[in-house]
Design a protein around this ligand. Sequence first.
Ligand SMILES: [Zn+2]
Length: 301
Amino acid sequence: MRLLTIGAFAAALTAATPAFANLNVFACEPEWAALATEIGGDKVSVYSATTGLQDPHQIQARPGLIARARNADISVCSGAELEIGWLPQILAQTSNQKIRPGAPGAFDAANFVKLVDVPTKFDRAEGDIHSQGNPHIQTSPANILAIAKPLADRFAQLDPGNAQFYQSRAADFSTRWQAAMAKWQAEAAPLKGMPIAVEHLSWTYLENWLGLRRVVALEPKPGVPPSAGYLAQVVDTLQKDPAKMVIRAAYEDDRPSKFISDRQHIPAVVLPFTIGGTDAAKNLFSLYDDTINRLLAAAKG
Ligand SMILES: [Zn+2]
């Protein structure tokens, strides 16, 4: 009797719910989950497939992810083949046509920015994983800005009843974001021209934005861990052209950085890379606050 009452109540509630379309968003990485929430507000339900402590190139296509992808109205991913090692496997195990490549519900952020590090010659057999260019576009807030409006357009296309809502939230976000970018750029002025070493080519967009000068990457090719012999070459390079710090993402193996840090007597700096990479990087705004704070702290030290 009690169950029946609850069932009847639930049915009445469902009938009374206004007929707004609620978009289920499957975000491949936390930065896109955050941007989807900024644009979609309470009209979207957002799931992030990965955390800031996972390597987004290498994710297990586990059942929980497949279940989420099955119910998604839109996927929001970096694209540029960042997710090629796992997203196609997930899609192959769902019958969800909405987020198939080419469908309106397949949103690849990389399509809306100019990619850098585009290889002139590419051979996956050599272990390189950035076939289309550098997919780590979230390391520059200018890219986030460029993606906000196209994402709002896509939400509006999929959920026309709330088009105005998405567009106005995107406009509001863009205003706040541009103000934050001006603040970050001013704060980061002392970093201009600073020589750095990096583990993976994760930071090219950040380097270009802030004018950091990358001396060397510790990986011989993106995705290929450095051998001891290769690290010895890196040390040679850094002895001729010293870097002020060696940078890695929170999810990366710390050993190559620590080795270079010890040999060169420079700080090994962990940057959040995305939301959740550090405790302080809680949303899109604090992601860049923390990134710049950490760079400034290391530059002083
Ligand atoms: Zn990469």
